[in-house]
Design a binder for this molecule. Structure first.
Ligand code: ZN
Length: 168
């Protein structure tokens, strides 16, 4: 029997910790949670993350630092826009807006998360850049499990949980 390795159309389950290389701040980690399961080769993960673990076996550990180009990309100034504050009137009946708040806009192509960066009486400045855009990221990854993806997972383009049985 050949040993399984990370490659396209495998479901990989990993434990990971992501840190900012400059400050050492942990921005995300699976520690204390179930491992993260994802379908390899279907853009479920940032590109560099998959590239770095390709060919790895179960039990293997990897540490790597990705430039922003291989992570969440560079910041795009055009992804920052001013929205008339009156468009938030309904929301403001329930919650007060604050700088740094993360909200989700319903756009024609789907839900788009953004962060409020400036707030005036007339306008809300919304930054649609990913919070980690423009940043280099360091990951420590352990491959916990590997299996072939099911036909459903391959046609859906995502993993159905660690065991492939997750219904949605
Ligand atoms: Zn699905």
């Amino acid at each position: 029997m050949t040993e399984l390795t990370v490659k396209e159309n495998m479901v990989a389950s990993v434990h990971y910790t992501g840190t900012l290389p400059d400050s050492g701040e942990v921005f995300d980690s699976s520690e204390g949670r179930e491992p993260l399961s994802f379908l390899v080769g279907h853009k479920q993960m940032i590109p560099g993350f998959e590239e770095e673990i390709m060919g790895a076996k179960v039990g293997e550990k990897k540490e790597f630092t990705l430039s922003s180009e291989r992570a969440y990309g560079d910041r795009d100034d055009e992804a920052v826009m001013e929205i008339p504050r009156e468009q938030f009137a309904q929301l403001e009946e329930e919650a007060s807006l604050e700088v740094g708040m993360q909200l989700v806009a319903q756009m024609p192509h789907g839900p788009s998360p953004f962060t409020i960066t400036t707030l005036t009486a007339e306008a809300v400045t919304a930054d649609f850049n990913h919070a980690l855009a423009g940043q280099a990221l360091t990951f420590n990854v352990e491959i916990v499990d590997l299996r072939e993806a099911t036909a459903d997972e391959q046609s859906h383009g995502h993993a159905h949980g660690a065991d492939g049985q997750h219904q949605h």
